[in-house]
Design a protein around this ligand. Structure first.
Ligand code: ZN
Ligand code: ZN
Length: 312
């Protein structure tokens, strides 16, 4: 299939060069401030505070087409212009926030060890102190900057839900291109199992399924666990709802990660992996194939040993 003509028609270097100027960024921000109303040439020049009309026109002209649209009354932001402003407000290009590692009260789902949570380079990172299992995911500074350290796990967890929502409906987190999911054994994801992994954990890891989302446009690959990847499945939402629980109110941290007891590979040929959700003593088990298609659903009522229920 050919690309839609809007995409790829300009060299990315040229696009970014268009923005490498304070006046042009100020024009985009001034138009953003009009809250969709747009502005005339002179209103815009006044808002940006540039006297030289010829000089101002030169910069405005550079933005027209891609970031700024011309209307009967003046100028307004295009969708691309709004996205640039959104990224500026998210702090993606402007803010730097770092939070040093601090104790995180949800134990490692792989080995049960203590963990720490930290933030830097626009990534939340959770590390286990006893095994190499770790998780990291992108969270923009705007999400983190006004939040108390104590609230960070919950806020970051909720942001992680939005990430999975996007992936689940098929969009790349970075370029908005289409993503294709696949499920493989965990051992194929990591280049090699580090030596300091306890043997029992290493053996069980080989039975753990991992989900990959490959972007067919930009080539980025995002890896995650089976439970969060299936959280938006109607059967999962419904199973919890029927037991009086909004699954999206549950702590994401209780669902995230490599829970070696709750998700495993059932067969290799054909490939089948299953994951279990538990609530109020009942269990829902979903079985997927290598394309993350659910091929089997099983509800077990009043199953003993309900280790999965978490306090909300
Ligand atoms: Zn661990
Ligand atoms: Zn992409």
């Amino acid at each position: 299939m050919d690309d839609p003509p809007l995409i790829d028609e300009t060299d990315p270097d040229e696009v970014f060069a268009l923005l490498a100027d304070d006046t042009r960024v100020a024009i985009l921000q001034a138009l953003w401030e009009t809250e969709g109303e747009g502005a005339t040439f002179s209103e815009l020049r006044e808002a940006v505070g540039m006297r030289d009309s010829g000089q101002f026109n030169y910069h405005l002209d550079k933005l027209v087409g891609r970031f700024v649209g011309k209307t009967a009354d003046g100028y307004e932001l295009t969708q691309a212009g709004r996205q640039i402003n959104g990224a500026i407000h998210a702090g993606a290009y402007t803010m730097e926030t770092t939070i040093e590692p601090f104790p995180f009260d949800v134990p490692c789902p792989t080995c049960g060890g203590d963990r720490t949570l930290s933030y830097g380079d626009d990534l939340v990172r959770v590390d286990c102190e006893d095994c190499p299992a770790h998780a990291q995911f992108g969270v923009p500074p705007s999400v983190v900057v006004d939040c108390d350290r104590d609230d960070l796990p919950e806020v970051a967890g909720r942001y992680l839900l939005t990430t999975y929502q996007r992936l689940t409906v098929g969009f790349c987190l970075f370029c908005d291109g289409p993503v294709r999911p696949s499920v493989t054994p965990f051992e194929e994801t990591i280049t090699e199992v580090p030596e300091d992994v306890p043997e029992e954990v290493a053996t069980r890891l080989s039975e753990v399924p991992n989900v990959h989302y490959d972007c067919t446009r930009c080539g980025v690959e995002v890896t995650g666990g089976l439970r969060l990847s299936l959280l938006y499945h109607p059967a999962v939402v419904c199973f919890h709802h029927d037991r009086g629980v909004d699954v999206f109110d549950r702590s994401v941290w209780a669902l995230a990660g490599i829970h070696i007891d709750r998700q495993r590979i059932r067969s290799r040929e054909p490939f089948r992996a299953s994951v279990t959700f538990a609530e109020a003593g009942d269990e829902l088990t979903l079985t997927v194939d290598e394309d993350l298609e659910v091929v089997d659903l099983d509800v077990g009522l009043d199953v003993e040993g309900d280790a999965d229920t978490v306090e909300s």
